[in-house]
Design a protein around this ligand. Sequence first.
Ligand SMILES: *[C@@H]1O[C@H](CO)[C@@H](O)[C@H](O)[C@H]1NC(C)=O
Ligand SMILES: *[C@@H]1O[C@H](CO)[C@@H](O)[C@H](O)[C@H]1NC(C)=O
Ligand SMILES: *[C@@H]1O[C@H](CO)[C@@H](O)[C@H](O)[C@H]1NC(C)=O
Length: 424
Amino acid sequence: MRNKGNKVVSSIWNCWFSYTLGIMAMLASSPPTLLFSASSSNLLPLSNSSTLRLSFSSSLHSSSLSISSTFLSHPSITSKRFSNHATFNINASAAEKKKVLIINTNSGGHAVIGFYFAKELLGAGHSVTILTVGDESSDKMKKPPFNRFSEIVSAGGSTVWGNPADVGSIVGGEAFDVVLDNNGKDLEAVRPVINWAKSSGAKQFLFISSAGIYKVTDEPPHVEGDAVKADAGHVGVEKYIEETFDSWAIFRPQYMLGSGNNKDCEEWFFDRIVRDRPVLIPGSGLQLTNIAHVRDLSSMLTLAVENPDAANHSIFNIVSDRAVTLNGIAKLCAQAAGRPVNIVHYDPKAIGIDAKKAFPFRNVHFYAEPRAAKSKLGWSSTTNLPEDLKERFEEYVKIGRDKKDIKFELDDKILEALKVPVTV
Ligand SMILES: *[C@@H]1O[C@H](CO)[C@@H](O)[C@H](O)[C@H]1NC(C)=O
Ligand SMILES: *[C@@H]1O[C@H](CO)[C@@H](O)[C@H](O)[C@H]1NC(C)=O
Ligand SMILES: *[C@@H]1O[C@H](CO)[C@@H](O)[C@H](O)[C@H]1NC(C)=O
């Protein structure tokens, strides 16, 4: 932004000035709670000018007047952060359309990230090629999100398949501004992609790592900069990227939900709830975790593409901004389904069960917060589990999964060990 010249700065300043006056006028006529319960886009017809993007923290509720005056007294629009109370982003780089290559995994919970990201970038006018690991005719491509890749093609994107180590020949010597690796879990898998990206002149490298690399902490949440497990495969990749690329950003996700997910998340709970089966939770169920809607992951990645200087040399927890307990997610799924839930807790060790096989989440506290994305990118979370789960349940029923014949052998084994009668 700083280099964009006075013209952009002054027109943005003018926008800000009228916006701030508008706020002050509104303050005079309406209670602050009403004012700030509206989203910034409702407040701001300017959002279509595509030069300005606003995001307010909730603390504006109590301090709106002083913030307005902070803005008015600030000498120039050279900083992204005016105070602890408000941040904004200037979306001037949006005019710059990027060529983005996404290397996408062909399985697992992260597959859906590339799908949403590709569609969002295309919607914003960028060009996208998505290289999925493996073969287009493989069975894995019959599952979501891959069986919906025509949505990427009809939005103008290219879909190609192959071994990421051969990326250069797969894309036929084409060069990209931005490369995202949403596939590799260790250096062996990602090094060829990083080396090719660098040699082919890519300006920015993005990597989907994992919040699973944080060491267990006595002080939740996991925050960017906290200690990580040095021997984790993702850590080696992160280090190599830092050493190799000038402009990079690393993203550490946790769990995610959304249409097109490749891995069961909310579905695991719905499967049991609609069949009046107990929901078996290892431990107390009070463990904290983080489940984000994948649209929030995609929006954070898009901000990094459109604001490479703000994202530069940064690690981002790519997660929602609130925790949910394991009991909580079971209850919220039941609420979304409009049904009761019978939660049964068990001690996996005592009954000799591998909780990783019996339950979709870790059975310890696993909770990170997206602090870097908020402060550096002005990103905000839109995940709203009660509402998002309602939508997810509608789709669950629509695709007939509530009627599907599902075996619950491991659940039955646990219930038997607990001597809970299996009468379902
Ligand atoms: C504003 O932007 C939205 C989303 O990009 C678009 O659908 C809409 O048509 C735009 N409205 C105007 C008035 O340009
Ligand atoms: C930036 O502006 C473009 C419109 O030019 C819009 O499509 C895109 O979503 C914006 N990005 C962000 C992160 O607001
Ligand atoms: C990112 O940081 C590197 C090293 O400081 C610098 O050379 C590069 O220009 C930066 N890129 C962007 C897009 O800010």
